[in-house]
Design a protein around this ligand. Structure first.
Ligand SMILES: Cc1ncc(C[n+]2csc(CCOP(=O)(O)OP(=O)(O)O)c2C)c(N)n1
Ligand SMILES: [Mg+2]
Length: 317
């Protein structure tokens, strides 16, 4: 036939995804902001796992950290303030085949979004939730957040934050049906990467509390932890976050912690001068809400209409 060569094949070559496959717009976060490292870690995990970009959705609320979806060359949803988790649960309910990364801030999650925080964790849908905790409202320029330490001078509390901060890890460990709770820091990229990778492989909602530097408003807040590595307690266990040799060498203050032990996890989460990082708790048997929402996903429109008709017929007089 004219114009058609029989030796041509329409089979597409196998795709290999590089870091660039996941890179969206140029990140407009400040130089030195901890958010850059988290973004890179997520892109690296997507590349290492070779997740097709069209199978990834980044979901967020509002805040500096919530600009995350713009910088991923995947599907994304930059939602409303505090509403990252309801959007993410909705995506997961209809499209359980997609991997959802949720980016939320300490204001977004623990203040206006606190109600959704409790129920999102309880729904335990398979997604990775990253709380970027810079202890401040960054985007709106330095208001007290629920995790601001007492005495922190902010625009809403010029004489110092008035109330004790919410303990994020302790709170999540108190929520019903929590299935994966970890903490890491943005300034140790190896630990950050391994924590997010472990979270990605968990089936259920993995919640990661990330201590994140804001160079503009809370620049020196984590200096105490950064300048003295013994102020961080590295949690180790065969079922925990794998310890990179360089991380093990830097953080000599270590403790073997079995992540199936909820009581021990809660004790570790108590406020202390020394801050534990790693996996606090994991329960692979916690029920997942998508086992409920998956019902009927494969039904055709005709099947659904027929089911509705059948139900209505029961009330026919
Ligand atoms: C309903 C609503 N209330 C208030 C705001 C204003 N607002 C935007 S971002 C933000 C706080 C952001 O802080 P955080 O979640 O910690 O994110 P960060 O900027 O620190 O990453 C606030 C109060 C808003 N956009 N919508
Ligand atoms: Mg914040």
């Amino acid at each position: 036939m004219i114009g058609r060569r029989t030796e041509w094949s329409l089979d597409l070559p196998e795709r290999y995804y590089t870091l660039e496959s996941y890179e969206g717009g140029v990140a407009r976060w400040c130089p030195g902001c901890g958010d850059h490292g988290v973004l890179t870690a997520v892109q690296r995990i997507c590349r290492d796992e070779q997740i097709p970009p069209e199978k990834v959705v980044a979901v967020s609320g509002i805040g500096c950290s919530s600009r995350f979806p713009h910088y991923m060359h995947t599907y994304g949803f930059h939602g409303l303030h505090g509403r990252a988790l309801p959007v993410a649960c909705g995506v997961k309910a209809r499209r359980p085949d997609l991997h959802v990364w949720v980016a939320t801030g300490d204001g977004d999650c623990c203040s206006i979004g606190a109600g959704h925080w409790i129920h999102g964790v309880r729904y335990n849908m398979d997604m990775t939730v990253m709380l970027f905790d810079n202890n401040i409202y960054g985007l709106t320029k330095k208001q007290t957040s629920p995790t601001s330490p007492m005495g922190l001078v902010t625009n809403t509390h010029p004489s110092g934050a008035w109330l004790p901060p919410i303990n994020v890890v302790q709170s999540v460990l108190g929520f019903t049906n929590a299935s994966f709770v970890a903490r890491t820091v943005d300034w140790n990229l190896a630990h950050l990467h391994q924590t997010l990778r472990t979270a990605y492989h968990h089936k259920g909602l993995s919640f990661i509390h990330i201590l994140q530097r804001c160079t503009a408003y809370t620049a020196d807040l984590f200096d105490r932890l950064r300048n003295d590595p013994t102020k961080l307690l590295l949690l180790t266990h065969d079922d925990g976050v794998p310890v990179d040799p360089a991380v093990g060498k830097l953080y000599t203050n270590q403790r073997v912690h079995d992540p199936s032990d909820l009581a021990a996890a809660r004790q570790l989460a108590e406020p202390d001068d020394v801050v534990p990082i790693g996996l606090f708790y994991r329960n692979p048997d916690a029920p997942l809400y998508e086992t409920f929402t998956e019902h009927g996903l494969t039904m055709t429109v005709e099947d659904k209409l027929a089911a509705v008709e059948r139900e209505l017929d029961r009330f026919a007089v």
